[in-house]
Design a protein around this ligand. Structure first.
Ligand SMILES: NC(=O)C1=CN([C@@H]2O[C@H](COP(=O)(O)OP(=O)(O)OC[C@H]3O[C@@H](n4cnc5c(N)ncnc54)[C@H](OP(=O)(O)O)[C@@H]3O)[C@@H](O)[C@H]2O)C=CC1
Ligand SMILES: N[C@@H](CC=O)C(=O)O
Ligand code: NA
Length: 364
């Protein structure tokens, strides 16, 4: 089985490490290519866990940008392998919209796609439907478990509930590892705490944030996850024609910081926002509450919402979450009295790459 890896950042590099660490005699995977945004190494030789990154820098070719290459020679080579009867999997470890737009082309050519990249599944419904149609026409599959809850089995659980005929009435919880880490540390039952900007900076250092942290703080990351999950529930499929943009979303990015181009500049400017967040924290504590950023998909009322809420200091969201924990509760007919709950780290390279690798192992 041939694996073309696009993106070798935090998640992509960890994914390659984990793939190369699988037991050798039973490892059915042949890494066909590894790409960053500007460099590609086709048919890499002698890849060794922990040492491949150095070899990539010296051996990868930077003749073309990766999107162009995927649309031309690299894409054609992958399609030739499919025609020769091989299984080929494109692993997109980027957050690129442009790469996401290529999924229908690859799927219809029989190339399977797995990815933690939320873009394709949470944008326009048209692209999502093209992906479904392309997969059905060729039999190629897409798996995207790490797009929601990183390695936590959220999407596979929802698919199992729906395909076995359960009725999902509501999904609710904390869907962002970054927001979870921020508020678990910033808003507690204690009067004094760290500044908002300092916990955001730490979340970024820990690898929880999107490449641009504003994509977490503006709620878009949660809105995208809610869109992805909603699209597995047949009655909600038409509800978000423009994808995550149609979700009722509370942004925590003040207007003055909205158009900052890079993540570094955004982090530098963030302390100007500390006083406003401090006021929210104090207000909540005066009511005996903490702040948590949550998402809800309510099937009955067809409401999909990402918002900052206050919870009693004894509520499960205040007491049982730590680190980058996500908690996702499925309310269904079969889990009527007590919801099915999934909880654990919802961001970070190791757990995200594990979700991507477990998707890849579905092909064995
Ligand atoms: N971090 C986490 O906890 C989680 C992340 N995810 C998702 O995983 C994905 C990767 O995240 P992360 O590893 O943190 O991001 P990084 O920014 O660390 O890495 C992104 C990688 O993608 C490459 N890249 C970007 N654009 C292109 C392009 N057009 N063509 C080819 N390569 C490209 C970059 O290349 P270059 O090296 O040249 O810059 C880089 O290697 C994102 O979609 C994110 O949403 C999902 C769940 C959790
Ligand atoms: N930035 C995201 C990463 C996982 O999807 C998050 O914080 O949850
Ligand atoms: Na997941």
């Amino acid at each position: 089985m041939y694996v073309a890896v696009v993106g070798k950042g935090l998640v992509g590099a960890e994914f390659v490490d984990q793939l190369l660490s699988l037991p050798v005699p039973s490892n059915p995977f042949n890494i066909f290519s590894i790409s960053s945004s500007k460099k590609t190494w086709i048919r890499p030789q002698g890849l060794v866990h922990t040492e491949w990154k150095k070899a990539f820098e010296s051996s990868a070719s930077d003749a073309s940008d990766t999107v162009t290459l995927l649309k031309s020679t690299l894409g054609t080579e992958m399609e030739t392998l499919v025609k020769a009867g091989h299984k080929v999997v494109l692993v997109d470890n980027t957050s690129s919209d442009t790469i996401a737009q290529l999924y229908p082309r690859f799927l219809s050519a029989g190339v399977n796609v797995i990815t933690p990249n939320k873009k394709a599944f949470s944008s326009d419904l048209t692209l999502y439907e093209e992906i479904l149609t392309a997969g059905m026409s060729s039999g190629a599959k897409f798996y995207n478990e790490s797009t929601v809850g990183a390695g936590l089995p959220v999407i596979s659980t929802l698919k199992d509930l729906v395909t076995t005929g359960d009725n999902v009435s509501k999904i609710e919880g904390v869907f962002s590892g970054t927001m979870s880490y921020i508020f678990n540390n910033f808003s507690t039952s204690s009067r004094n705490g760290p500044t908002f900007s300092s916990v955001v900076t730490k979340a970024r250092e820990l690898g929880y944030t999107e490449p641009h942290p504003a994509d977490d703080l503006n709620g878009a990351d949660v809105a995208r996850k809610l869109t992805i999950l909603s699209r597995f529930i047949p009655e909600l499929l038409p509800l978000l024609p423009q994808g995550y943009i149609s979700v009722d979303t509370k942004s925590l990015v003040p207007p003055a910081l909205k158009n900052i181009a890079t993540g570094d500049e955004f982090i530098q400017a963030l302390p100007t926002f500390d006083d406003a967040m401090e006021r929210l924290r104090t207000e909540a504590l005066q009511e005996g509450k903490v702040l948590r950023y949550v998402g809800v998909i309510d099937v009955a009322t067809q409401t999909i919402k990402a918002s900052l809420e206050k919870y009693d200091v004894n509520h499960a969201f205040a007491t049982s979450l730590g680190g980058s924990d996500n908690i996702i509760m499925f309310h269904t007919n079969r889990y009527g009295e007590r919801p099915l709950i999934i909880q654990g780290a919802g961001a970070g390279a190791a757990v995200t790459a594990m979700g991507v690798l477990s998707d890849l192992l579905r092909f064995t």
